[in-house]
Ligand binder design. Structure first.
Ligand SMILES: Cc1cc2nc3c(=O)[nH]c(=O)nc-3n(C[C@H](O)[C@H](O)[C@H](O)COP(=O)(O)O)c2cc1C
Length: 323
């Protein structure tokens, strides 16, 4: 299947693995790229340019296919060494960067000069248009369903994707709620050029996270995610657990007076405990509603092959029968 995204990124299938904190390590990114998609290493999980350079080299040792690096711009008082992180990405010959969290304009000249394709992750059409205007090569349009940060507009992908298709001229991938061949065909029908998946890729054999995380996703239904940090205008979709329920009680009790410090125990530094140690009640961790569609833990190759096979049969059989 050729789309504007496969052509732009030089990949076989229009399937991207979005950056994921403490999940997007070399093993997963290499597995996705080897299976014909685009695997993405999560830059901030490494934190420093030195560690990121090592992780990219480790990944390049496992695949000779294109890989990407996600750089998320966080609203922190002590920002990471962004110039250093971008420099090691360039020096390593990485061909794709996924940016998220804030406008990447100031970094585009150095990335463009290095021939890197930039995909900016957006949760609103206005942000996607801005990304197009400043020169991003593509956007990832993340609907309200998505795991992680869906923004504050709450527009699901059935509306957001055709709105994006009506407005954008650059390629875009549908992100949030994507799991299988049905998702891919639906995304293409709504105007996208491919899909980006987060949660679905965590429940794979190669995802370098504790088995408890994978089992939690398989056990969860579409009713089991919650939105946290809305009062801070930093909304995150997470899988519910006792820590999340406690966090939501605090939000209710404190209302508009809520500050980040009030919920620090439930959100700060919890990822290593959850993803590496499998301590599932340690705090809030991103997970999409798509958990309701995830019932197995295949290899990445099986997952991607199944998506492409199912998409092919939907297009050639089910849809053709209506034509
Ligand atoms: C555990 C987890 C961690 C994530 N961490 C990041 C991150 O650090 N940076 C980022 O841009 N997106 C992050 N995301 C969002 C994903 O890249 C992707 O956009 C999202 O998961 C798509 O929705 P889906 O989960 O329904 O597939 C994360 C998602 C999950 C599930």
């Amino acid at each position: 299947m050729k789309t504007r995204i496969t052509e732009l990124l030089g990949i076989q299938h229009p399937i991207i693995q979005g950056g994921m904190h403490f999940v997007g390590l070399a093993e997963l990114a290499a597995a996705v790229s080897n299976a014909g998609g685009l695997g993405i290493i999560t830059g901030l999980t490494q934190g420093t340019p030195e560690k990121l350079a090592k992780e990219i080299a480790r990944c390049q040792g496992m695949t000779d296919k294109p890989i990407g690096v996600n750089i998320t711009f966080l609203p922190t008082l002590t920002p990471p060494d962004y110039p250093g992180l971008f420099q090691v990405i360039i020096d390593a010959g990485v061909t794709v960067v996924e940016t998220a969290g804030n406008n990447p304009a100031q970094w585009l000249p150095m990335l463009k000069d290095a021939g890197i394709k930039v995909i900016h992750k957006c949760t609103a059409v206005r942000h996607a248009l801005k990304a197009q205007t400043i020169g991003c090569d593509a956007v990832s349009v993340d609907g309200f369903e998505c795991g992680g940060h869906p923004g504050e507009d709450d527009i699901p992908n059935f509306i957001l994707l055709p709105r994006a298709a009506d407005e954008l001229s650059i390629p875009f991938v549908a992100s949030g709620g994507m799991a299988d061949g049905r998702s891919l065909v639906a995304a293409l029908a709504l105007g996208a050029d491919g899909i980006n998946m987060g949660t679905r890729f965590i429940a794979t054999r190669e995802a370098p996270v504790h088995d408890n995380v994978k089992q939690a996703i398989v056990a969860a239904s579409e009713l089991d995610t919650r939105l946290v940090m809305r009062p801070l205008r930093n909304t995150e979709r997470v899988l519910t657990n006792p820590a999340v329920e406690r966090l939501l009680e605090k939000e209710k009790a404190l209302g508009a007076a809520l500050k980040f410090e009030d919920i620090i125990e439930e959100v700060a530094g919890v990822y290593p405990r959850i993803m590496q140690k499998g301590d599932m009640d340690a705090g809030a961790w991103s997970c999409g509603m798509v958990a309701g569609l995830i019932h197995d833990i295949p290899t990445v190759q099986e997952l991607i092959d199944n998506i492409m096979a199912e998409a092919g049969s939907i297009i050639n059989e089910r849809l053709r029968s209506f034509a």
